[in-house]
Design a protein around this ligand. Structure first.
Ligand code: GDP
Ligand code: MG
Length: 209
């Protein structure tokens, strides 16, 4: 079922995409992941220790398992273990539009990601808390330009209202699965796993909201 919350790292029989969440503490990483998985804005859970979520979804005609790795507070130390990044195909790098500081440190997280990842990864720059427009400190234009400069896609979301959250994670799966499929192809030389045409589009228009 779509709302399943699972803590194990093995879901057999389906292609899966590993998505890592990055960004400063408090920007809404856990809220976005839970909004996607459970479809609700979670009540504040300061002690939340869950760091792994999964959800099955159909993409084209394939059942895909989105495996979302969320930090459980370690990001406060600006350090995540290499295992966190290993095998990731998509990275969702989040900042809070009401905090310029969280946007400034986005660059740190992108560098951190690049120095920990081997091979290709799709990056998604996410401007969260767009329901708090009146407190905005970071303009949409500035953040979009930054995303463009690093070849990332850009989404503006609200875990509170749900705006663009499904679209974000769905796209992270679509983009990620093309990488995962390519890795499988290289490893297995299996022509049947050839990525579908619409999943291999490397630079589709990046816009939401
Ligand atoms: N208004 C608003 N608050 C949010 C949003 N996303 C998260 N929050 C709040 O921001 C705080 C930090 O969220 P959390 O998901 O724990 O951030 P994390 O530390 O990055 O995982 C919590 O109080 C959330 O309720 C959002 O889109 N809009
Ligand atoms: Mg969190």
């Amino acid at each position: 079922m779509d709302g399943d919350l699972e803590l194990e790292d093995s879901i057999d029989g389906y292609n899966s995409v590993k998505i890592v969440m990055l960004g400063e503490s408090g920007v809404g990483k856990t809220s976005l992941a839970l909004r996607f998985i459970e479809g609700v804005f979670p009540a504040p859970k300061p002690t939340i220790a869950v760091s792994y979520f999964s959800k099955k979804l159909f993409i084209d005609t394939q059942m895909i398992v989105a495996k979302i790795w969320d930090t459980s507070g370690q990001e406060r130390f600006r350090s995540l273990v290499p295992l966190y990044y290993r095998g990731a195909s998509s990275a969702v790098v989040v900042f809070d539009i009401t905090s310029m500081e969280t946007f400034q440190t986005l660059k740190f997280w992108v560098e951190e990601l690049k120095s920990n990842i081997e091979g290709e990864i799709k990056i998604f720059v996410v401007a969260n808390k767009c329901d708090l427009e009146k407190n905005r400190q970071v303009s949409k234009e500035e953040s979009m330009n930054y995303a463009k400069s690093i070849g990332a896609k850009f989404f503006q979301t609200s875990a509170l209202s749900g705006e663009c959250v499904q679209e974000l994670f769905r796209d992270a799966c679509i983009q990620g699965i093309s990488i995962t499929d390519n890795k499988s192809l290289q490893n297995q030389n299996n022509a049947q796993l050839e990525p579908k045409e619409d999943m291999t589009n490397q630079n589709p228009p990046s816009f939401c909201c």
